[in-house]
Design a protein around this ligand. Structure first.
Ligand SMILES: [Zn+2]
Ligand SMILES: [Zn+2]
Length: 242
């Protein structure tokens, strides 16, 4: 009996990418993904309490609806941001492998996490289409892909919404934000994006996707230009939260 196309492809993939856990390197019995049960159960999910606006988790106990200092003091252009996991531990390890080592086979695991977050944190009617935070063109050529666009495209398929590929463009390179303070990050991304096809977003409610959100400066600047370009609302979903 001949193998189905899918089974043959899966067998080839097993040879090309042995089923070792992307978190700990041990064998994985999970037929669907590339994380073993130990690593899956160690994923640091974002849990309450967190800021009602930007989703930033806080330590300790809060019994009332809470908005963080940044969302009170700064101008926030997105309606609401939510993230699936904290950017630490096994989640950070897998996301770094995906992004910097092109371990693209872990994407199905990441897709499930992001989709689960969106399903639980947003209603179906809140977004008309999905967009992604763009990379600067030279950076994307160097890496070979834009991790946010891969996640956004997969999420759009799962949500059965259009993915507005390339609707945003990064018009200048921005130095890495890792060692910058929050105000420096905001200045770093100011004016770094433009809307390429305003006609695509006129009056649309958008779900903007990025891989990691730290201070929120990048997604906030993207939300600002999307709204300036005609978007009615911008919601933000990121896989991880720093
Ligand atoms: Zn593992
Ligand atoms: Zn906040």
């Amino acid at each position: 009996m001949s193998l189905s196309w899918k089974a043959a492809a899966a067998r080839w993939l097993d040879m090309a990418y042995p089923r070792w856990c992307a978190g700990c390197g041990g064998p994985t019995a999970d037929a669907e993904g590339f994380l073993c049960w130990n690593c899956l159960s160690a994923i640091p999910f974002v849990q309450l309490p967190f800021c009602a606006r930007c989703g930033d988790p806080i330590e300790g106990r809060v019994d009332h609806a809470y908005t963080c200092y940044t969302c009170t003091a700064d101008e926030i252009h997105f309606e609401r941001a939510r993230s699936a996991v904290r950017y630490r531990g096994v989640a950070q390890q897998v996301l770094r492998a995906f992004k910097y080592d092109a371990a693209l086979w872990v994407q199905s695991d990441l897709d499930r996490l992001l989709h689960g977050c969106v399903e639980s944190q947003f209603t179906d009617l809140e977004a008309d289409a999905v967009a992604a935070v763009p990379l600067y063109a030279a950076r994307e050529r160097e890496r070979g892909f834009n991790q946010a666009a891969l996640l956004a495209a997969a999420l759009a398929r799962r949500l059965r919404k259009p993915f507005l590929s390339g609707v945003l463009r990064r018009i200048r390179p921005t130095p890495t934000q890792t060692h910058l303070t929050a105000p420096q990050r905001a200045a770093n991304v100011k004016g770094a994006f433009e809307v390429r096809k305003p006609v695509w977003i006129e009056g649309q409610r958008l779900l903007l996707v990025d891989d990691v959100m730290t201070t929120g400066a990048t997604v906030n600047e993207c939300a600002r230009v999307l709204k300036e370009g005609g978007a009615a609302r911008v919601y933000v979903a990121t896989l991880a939260r720093g």
